[in-house]
Design a binder for this molecule. Structure first.
Ligand SMILES: NC(=O)c1ccc[n+]([C@@H]2O[C@H](COP(=O)([O-])OP(=O)(O)OC[C@H]3O[C@@H](n4cnc5c(N)ncnc54)[C@H](OP(=O)(O)O)[C@@H]3O)[C@@H](O)[C@H]2O)c1
Length: 526
């Protein structure tokens, strides 16, 4: 066993070798007293600090409207870290080390004087790179991005540079626009003050270990790549489901809905990684070129085809884990006659040589029976001879499932003979489990993404043409739905897998939704 592990170690290939390393830098967080900062950014930066992955030296400056001292912000962060760190990750001594790197700057985003104060604070940092290598993280409403970028530019903290090592960078949060026109406008505004290479558009899904593994899995294993085309694949299903309802985010969700909140970004990103052609290199631009090419080959929606290719739904009152939960329209800050969709299912066709004719089914929703993200590659059935001739539909076709979360891993499902004198076949699975193989450590997506920005590597971030192409895919759907009241059939009780129309979407091609939970349970150990 030990020998085998040693062999695995010898055969492992460290791709980080040759990658750019992080240089001393300052991270300025705009929106420092906000929810994202408390729940995600500060815990991620703390973990990087605790793991000695931050560059040395490194400073973190919080910028927000509420007046407070650096000491007061440090005390708040300590509480946030205790609350939001994963179990066992908070350590008071490490928190002291982290706090020493942190300072606060009070300011209104629209006030030029506030940027001068920020500049004065940065100028006070001893190390030259802390003053020049600046990362501006805009954890704010997107409507404030352009204003902040302009003021930073006027204060000579952000200039258009071709992405040099010590150039300033802007990190912007989703949502990036609310349709194609607004995304184009935002891109136009930001690129007045920064070059495209300096802009890092976050989709935190791309920071997830298992999402990154899609590329490695596809392009480092010839056995699967051979099967990755219309010749072998019958259909692909991508599911991102949540048990949670909209909770306290009713106001935000009313303006967004599942199509904008999940499909335009996360689901299309996963689809692009699953279906793209091999890039010419692992460089950021090469990978992003292929993703854009794939997105551009998705067949545009036609209004007449909407009923057979797009389904929306909204959760009504129902039961989750044995508890009664209210419907979406009864949630706080939601209109009682709201038409916002909390569920979307799509059938997409990718018009290229590899995927022609293969349906890609995407679905996402709130208040579904499970919180899970997975990609299922459903292979074509065997010819109707031999076992298939006798078993008919009971002989299940093979499938490969990439489990993005939870229980991250990969399942291959195939048929095997049940032991005994009977001639009986049933599906069995081969399973790769991340935690079993590598231990329980999976870094938070934000840790990885922040480190990538520091290393000036934009592979895991969305390029301008990528975000615009994604909007051009979902815009016609949004426009077709706009102003049309949700039909009665669109309401699904909380705890069900969406409206019946989502099943009919697949049934037209004799397909049905499948989940990893379909797999046969492991036999008990004797
Ligand atoms: N929260 C999440 O989990 C999450 C997840 C993904 C993406 N996002 C995105 O991240 C961004 C931030 O979300 P959030 O939930 O953190 O928002 P939030 O809780 O409302 O925080 C907004 C922050 O911006 C500051 N701010 C607002 N207007 C300001 C102004 N005029 N001048 C100075 N400071 C101002 C607020 O400062 P004061 O408190 O001092 O007023 C606060 O620090 C949004 O684009 C959101 O869509 C959030």
């Amino acid at each position: 066993m030990e020998a085998l592990e040693q062999l695995d170690e010898i055969l492992s290939c460290h791709l980080d070798v040759g990658r750019r390393t992080v240089q001393p830098c300052t991270v300025v967080i705009f929106g420092a007293s906000g929810d994202l900062t408390a729940r995600k950014l500060i815990p991620a930066l703390f973990q990087l600090c605790a793991g000695k992955q931050l560059p040395d030296p490194c400073r973190i400056v919080g910028f927000a409207r509420r007046p407070k001292s650096t000491e007061a912000w440090r005390a708040e962060l300590r509480e946030d870290l205790q609350k939001f760190s994963r179990p066992g990750e908070f350590d008071p001594a490490k928190c002291d080390t982290f706090s020493a790197k942190v300072s606060y700057c009070t300011g209104e985003f629209g006030d030029p004087a506030a940027y001068q104060r920020l500049r004065a604070q940065l100028d006070g940092f001893g190390h030259e790179m802390l003053r020049r290598n600046l990362i501006f993280y805009l954890a704010t409403s997107p409507s404030q991005f352009a204003e902040i970028a302009e003021h930073l530019h006027e204060a000579r903290l952000l200039g258009r540079s071709d992405g040099g090592r010590d150039g300033s960078r802007l990190v912007v949060e989703k949502p990036f626009g609310h349709d194609l026109a607004s995304a184009q406008e935002l891109n136009h505004e930001l690129t007045r003050f920064a070059c495209e290479k300096q802009i890092y558009r976050i989709d935190h899904y791309l920071g997830k270990e298992t999402v990154q593994n899609i590329l490695m899995f596809r392009f480092s294993n010839s056995v699967f790549e051979q099967l990755w085309s219309r010749q072998s694949v019958e259909q692909v299903q991508i599911t991102v489901s949540e048990k949670l309802g909209v909770g306290g985010r009713g106001e935000y969700y009313e303006e967004t809905g599942a199509l904008r909140d999940m499909v335009q970004n996360h689901l299309l990103q996963v689809l692009a990684l699953v279906a793209m052609e091999p890039p010419v290199s692992l460089e950021a631009e090469a990978v992003r070129d292929e993703k854009v090419k794939l997105l551009k080959s998705i067949r545009p929606f036609e209004t007449g085809q909407m009923a057979v290719s797009a389904v929306r739904g909204q959760y009504a009152a129902g039961e989750i884990d044995g508890a009664q939960v209210p419907g979406y329209r009864q949630e706080p800050k939601v209109k009682p006659d709201s038409n916002t969709e909390t569920y979307v299912a799509l059938r997409l066709l990718v018009d290229n040589w590899r995927w022609s004719g293969v349906p890609f089914y995407l679905r996402t929703g709130k208040r579904l029976p499970a919180s899970t993200s997975e990609v299922r590659i459903q292979f074509r059935p065997t010819p109707h001879v031999l076992f298939a001739a006798q078993c008919g539909k009971n002989l299940d076709a093979n499938s490969l499932t990439l489990r993005l979360q939870p229980n991250e891993g990969i399942n291959l499902r195939f048929n095997g003979k049940t032991p005994g004198t009977n001639m009986e076949i049933r599906p069995v699975r081969m399973q790769f489990d991340y935690h079993a193989e590598f231990g329980a450590y999976t870094p938070e997506a934000y840790q990885r993404l922040l480190l990538e920005v520091m290393a000036d590597d934009s592979t895991l971030f969305i390029r301008r043409d990528e975000v615009e192409t994604a909007w051009s895919i979902v815009d016609p759907i949004r426009q077709a739905w706009a102003g049309l009241p949700l039909p009665e059939s669109a309401f699904y009780p909380a705890g069900r897998w969406g409206p019946a129309a989502a099943d009919e979407l697949l049934a037209r091609l004799h397909h049905k939704w499948r989940m990893t939970s379909d797999v046969v349970p492991k036999p008990e150990k004797p």
